[in-house]
Design a protein around this ligand. Sequence first.
Ligand code: ATP
Ligand code: MG
Length: 271
Amino acid sequence: MEMTDSNEIILDVTDLHIEFHDHDLPETAVEDFDLMLGKGEIVGIVGESGSGKSMSALAIAGLLNRHAISKTGRIMFQGHDLLTCDRKILRSLQGDEISIIFQEPMTSLNPVKRIGWQVEEPLYLHHPEIKKKERKQKAIDMLRAVGLENAEDVYYMYPHELSGGMRQRVMIAAAMIGNPQILIADEPTTALDVTVQAQIVQLLKKINKERGTSIIFISHDLSLVSQLCERVIVMQKGNIVESGSAAKIFAKPMHNYTKKLIAAIPKIDLD
Ligand SMILES: Nc1ncnc2c1ncn2[C@@H]1O[C@H](COP(=O)(O)OP(=O)(O)OP(=O)(O)O)[C@@H](O)[C@H]1O
Ligand SMILES: [Mg+2]
């Protein structure tokens, strides 16, 4: 495994198994999922629709808490197993130490709240000791850090006043304001056009480099993943079928499914 900053493992997922019990027969969504994430590392998860990428990500983010879902295995983070730890501990980590962003920021943002409110909310929840004025300053600084130059104006805007790319930047600002150890990005660019997609990937790279944030980047687009990630996990039907360095997988895919994914990449150079 290649690491950027050090060999310190900050997240260790072993034998993760996720099953749905909505119907008569249990349905397996994820099977034997393993992931060791190093500090400052960017790992990609690729796979076709329904392969279990989001379910794995949601489990790591502690967001799979419905009764009809059974989970086994271990998700070790900061000495806690996120599958079994106290809900209070989980809540204290969510959105502060582990953050997640999704494909469509419009559904994650609250349409009737100003951007400033949305970016400040995690601080309000996790760091109530921070005073209002400082919170606002932090939000504006964060908005600027994610590339929104008119941050003071954006602070007072509503989600519908922004473009899709700007909204995703706002989501990233909200996810990053607590300076998390891990940022999970679940298809963060799928709803965006190619140019904006590349900008968001650049932003994630910058965040990783400047803050040392470890990133789990989920996409069905292997080409995009290879631009950002040192290491890739390929999933199919709930299972990891191949994993390793992005360069190696790209040059020499072992699994037929990976070969298919690579063959499906349109021959356009985005760089
Ligand atoms: N509520 C549910 N009940 C039963 N099965 C479900 C439920 N939600 C998801 N699944 C199953 O879990 C599996 C994994 O879904 P998941 O959302 O993780 O896929 P994905 O790889 O993220 O796909 P996509 O690329 O479309 O986002 C799928 O086979 C799906 O059918
Ligand atoms: Mg998904």
